[in-house]
Design a protein around this ligand. Sequence first.
Ligand code: FPP
Length: 247
Amino acid sequence: MSQPQPVSSANKPRHVAIIMDGNGRWAQHQSLPRSAGHRAGVKAARQIVEACGRREIEVLTLFAFSSENWNRPKKEVGLLMRLFVEALQREVDTLNKNNVRLEFIGDRQSLSSALQKQIIQAEQTTRSNTGLHLIIAVAYGGEWDIVEASRRLASRAVAGELDINDIDKSLFRQELSLSGVPDPDLFIRTGGERRISNFLLWNLAYTELYFTDHLWPDFGVEALDEALDHFATRQRRFGQVPGVKPC
Ligand code: FPP
């Protein structure tokens, strides 16, 4: 097993967000059904969660199922939902023992009641943990997130609890799914595509984007370390001029 790289804490991302793409192609390359690719994807996710915990990353957000993934063939959607239920049943105790705090973001109402129940249970079991904060995005879309936030602010304004002139970036951000955590510092997408695909649209505004051709089931600890090394070389300016104080 490869050892954690000496990434200094100054250059270490606090929050890593990942689009785990390429399960289907991985399976196809090995003449296996897509389901085998998703199963291998779950194993890869497990490894990356462990590695992020060991590297003392504070927050890891994984895009497990997008709002658009509902449009996949019914059989594949059913399999993915079963995999999520199985993975939760199998992993929650271990995650809890390892001090991982689990949280889910996305449109929960669209999930089966069995999965919703497991999600609530997993969140309650791990809620006081202080190690890695693992956020799983299921039935999530960045557009959905922004619309939901707008709807909540609008209903508070209509109820007279909020002056429209008080709506600003910081108030808006508080209504988004990731309100309680810092924005991702590093975004990783596996599988060769170079796009954000309706992931955390607001929260990726200043995130370093890293794209790799590795298919998700092949994205191991070494590949994660390459991404972290790449991040460590980046100079983040947040729209400012380095070394010059803002007026
Ligand atoms: C992308 O592969 C992956 C998904 C649609 C989501 C499923 C992710 C997993 C099963 C990983 C495990 C996650 C957790 C948190 C348990 P794809 O089907 O889009 O691949 P393709 O682009 O090669 O077809």
